[in-house]
Design a binder for this molecule. Structure first.
Ligand code: AKG
Length: 286
């Protein structure tokens, strides 16, 4: 069999990646059985990231209580497509004047350069000043990320409570809840505290999510240290590294996402439009 010369730079590809080898044949006289290795030139070797599979999606009529329990208990992420359209927040919160009624309440936002892949620096600001800020084209990224808005403004909680939300949260012990408000936003790849499942609901705008299983190779994820031990420095949106079997999906207003415990996820929105999500972390009871 013909042996392809092994260039010095060729290293073993990471497990599971697709190795693409492009070979140029030059003047080979195969018929004569006169093949010389030097006529084969490996000109390019690329480790192509595997395409991500689409997140499994379930719609409301088919979503019985038992199928919902099954979805949550199988520890596989799932989109609950348009299952939360009845949240009052979907119609109230995008209205200019509604959230501004709570303008004086202090919140925290993250501020970072537009193209920075990591978390931003946290700053305190009033909700009113922040919403005002989002009305303008900003030369930096501002994001009210992971903020416990309902602790500050309990009145808003009723806008995100429906029988389905309550049914899902009843499966476990509620831990905490966050609200996310921004325009273009990026949350780097990370996993939530290991024991917690996440119910994430899109209220306004669109977000894209990429997810990788808990058993993903930490070495390949370039995980940080200290408080960033749950965060990867890999930019999963540039597709530069193959992290194994990933999933991706898009969340629109009214969609929910179940992020099972331990799953790595990165969430981004590249629209220059108001984007709001809420989530709850809860511990599933056996
Ligand atoms: O919406 C986002 O930017 C990130 C959400 C997230 O990472 C989470 O809910 O754990």
């Amino acid at each position: 069999m013909l042996a392809v010369p092994r260039p010095k730079s060729l290293t073993r590809p990471p497990r599971g990646s697709r190795l693409w080898v492009i070979i140029f044949k030059e003047n080979i006289n195969l018929a004569a059985g006169n093949v010389n290795d030097q006529h084969l030139r490996v000109i390019h070797i690329l480790h192509m990231p595997r395409a991500l599979a689409l997140l499994q999606s379930y719609t409301r009529p088919a979503l019985s209580s038992s199928s919902l329990r099954h979805i949550i208990d199988t520890d596989k992420p799932a989109i609950l497509s348009q299952c939360f359209q009845d949240l009052p927040a979907l119609t109230k919160w995008p209205q200019r004047c509604y959230l501004r009624k709570f303008a004086d309440h202090p919140i925290e936002i993250e501020v970072s350069p537009l193209d920075a892949p990591g978390y931003g620096e946290r700053h305190e600001i009033s909700l009113g000043a922040y919403l005002e800020m989002l009305d303008h084209q900003l030369p930096y990224r501002a994001y009210m990320a992971q903020f416990p808005l309902f602790e500050r403004i309990p009145h808003l909680q009723a806008d995100v409570t429906t029988p389905l939300v309550e049914e899902i949260l009843r499966r476990g012990e509620k831990y905490s809840s966050s609200t996310w408000i921004g325009k273009k936003s990026l949350t780097p790849l990370h996993h939530d505290p290991k024991a917690l499942t996440n119910l994430f609901i899109q209220i306004c705008g669109t977000k894209r999510v990429r997810m990788f299983p808990p058993e993903s190779d930490r070495e390949r994820l370039w995980v940080g240290e200290g408080t960033l031990r749950n965060t990867s420095t890999v930019d999963v949106w540039r597709g530069e590294v193959d992290l194994g079997d990933g999933l991706e999906g898009t969340l629109r207003a009214g969609d929910g996402l179940i992020i099972p415990k331990g799953w790595w996820h990165s969430v981004q929105s590249d629209e220059d439009l108001l984007n709001i999500s809420v989530n709850w972390w809860f511990k599933i009871l056996d």
